[in-house]
Design a protein around this ligand. Structure first.
Ligand code: ADP
Length: 446
């Protein structure tokens, strides 16, 4: 059994992982940059190690510093959280080379799904539907143009190494195509160090629907249903719900089991999320995330499964403690991402929290690392808290959410709270009538 875990992350997810470790009786080591010396995770962990200066590449992305911290403190496993090194196959491999456990899938699976072209090929082979496209990399402008003519417009030029909503260019017609192709290639080379691109049909009004899975090394795999993450800005999610109003229980069960079976066939071990776009009653795979996701708590709320606990246990080589037939879905959950950003311009906001009051009462969960007087440094992702609300049905959930948003006080930095208040009252949101472009359009009217 794992006795001590080093948490190679920061902010709310580091605290979330630490809580799962404490519940399991596992010792914790926090790592932090000099900017995060006072962070909540550092205060709560059994031990902590400073791994470098504020810049992520010198601290949270500094592989030698993190592995050394694990060796020095006698940790037997490293949990990468999300972002940073969580989908870095080289890191996962190096962790194991040093005799430590990586709380995540095998390095080969991380590499396979990290390359979006390979991921789509693999998923197609497993018999799941994918968004129609070039089926592989387009290697020259000529070939790309021919493939584009076959797929039809509008289409997306996507980077094989893309992530975080970056590395995508829309071409609405043949005249726009050459520029979209060249720009996508150039930007991908700079941002991801990999200029391979592929083409995909651009769906005009899809919803983003993703399935959570967990698998152990004995071939057992289960799905925990779906999340609807259609409310996005700049292709990044800011509000997520479970379940989605567009899937019925029979469809969920059948499709979910098919996914779980595919993951078992692949020999995948750990937690993962398969992301799909949903249009006209059909789901089309776009990518797989081989790590815990920001929005995992809404699934925890409707299933009662502690996903990070299960993730740690399967990484430790234990059998999944849950079977598909044991999993049922209860009520509705919504998560609002509280980013430290101006809610109109999305410009990040750093500073010191001068007043903090957390909402409470039935059905409310807050995952954050905030406290009165804590600092929000300017160097990292702007997500500072997640407000998660659960109730018996969607309308009750929205009512609780409105209450909780008005109770929540975070002074000292700009946050997305005013936007969430607006969304919770918006008639289309109330009717769950939205697609991935809803928020962009709403913004034009704000
Ligand atoms: P990333 O890894 O950067 O998150 P994804 O492939 O998951 O990239 O896509 C992120 C978002 O971009 C999706 O949730 C969706 O909003 C939009 N998107 C991706 N592919 C398509 C597509 N083929 N048509 C329309 N929108 C898309």
């Amino acid at each position: 059994m794992i006795k001590k875990i080093l948490i190679a992350n920061r902010g709310e997810i580091a605290v979330r992982i630490l809580r799962a470790c404490k519940d399991l009786g596992i010792q914790t080591v926090a790592v932090h940059s000099t900017a995060d010396a006072e962070a909540m995770c550092v205060r709560l962990a059994d031990e902590s190690v400073c791994i470098g200066p504020p810049a992520p590449r010198e601290s949270y992305l500094n592989i030698p510093a993190i592995i050394s911290a694990a060796c020095i403190t006698g940790a037997d496993a490293i949990h990468p959280g999300f972002g940073f090194l969580s989908e870095n196959a080289t890191f996962a491999h190096m962790v194991e080379e040093h005799g430590l456990m990586f709380v995540g899938p095998k390095a080969d699976h991380i590499a396979m799904m990290g390359d979006k072209i390979m991921a789509k090929k693999t998923i197609t082979k497993l018999g799941l539907p994918t968004v129609p496209g070039s089926g592989g990399a387009v290697t020259s402008a000529d070939k790309a143009l021919r493939a584009a003519a076959e797929i039809g417009y509008p289409l997306l030029v996507k980077a094989a190494g893309g992530g975080g909503g970056r590395g995508m260019k829309v071409a609405r017609s043949k005249t726009e195509f050459a520029e979209a192709y060249e720009t996508a290639k150039r930007e991908a080379a700079i941002a991801f160090g990999n200029d391979r691109v592929y083409l995909e049909k651009y769906l005009e009004k899809p919803r983003h629907i993703e399935f959570q899975i967990i698998a152990d090394k004995y071939g057992n795999a289960v799905h925990l249903g779906e999340r609807d993450c259609s409310l996005q800005r700049r292709n990044q999610k800011i509000w997520e719900e479970a379940p989605s109003v567009v899937l019925n229980p029979e469809f969920r069960d059948e499709f979910g089991r098919k996914i779980a079976q595919s993951m078992s066939q692949l020999g995948y071990v750990g937690v993962g999320t398969l992301e799909f776009l949903y249009e006209d009653g059909q789901l089309f795979f776009i990518e797989m995330n081989t790590r815990i996701q920001v929005e995992h708590p809404i699934t925890e709320m409707i299933t009662g499964v502690d996903i990070i606990r299960e993730q740690i246990l399967v990484a430790d080589g234990q059998k999944l403690s849950i079977r598909q037939d044991d999993i049922s879905f209860r009520g509705h959950a919504i998560e609002c991402r509280i980013n430290a950003e101006n809610y109109k311009t999305f410009i990040p906001s750093a500073g010191t929290i001068s007043n903090y009051h957390c909402p409470g009462g039935p059905g409310i969960r807050v995952d954050s690392a905030l406290y009165d007087g804590c600092k929000i440094p300017p160097y990292y992702d702007s997500l500072i808290a997640k407000l998660i609300v659960h109730a018996n049905d969607r309308q009750q959930c929205l009512a609780r959410l409105r209450r909780a948003l008005r109770e929540y006080v975070i002074d000292g930095v700009d946050t997305l709270m005013p936007l969430h208040i607006e969304l919770a009252d918006n008639i289309n949101v109330v009717n769950a009538d939205f697609d991935i472009h809803f928020l962009e359009k709403l913004y034009n009217t704000l």
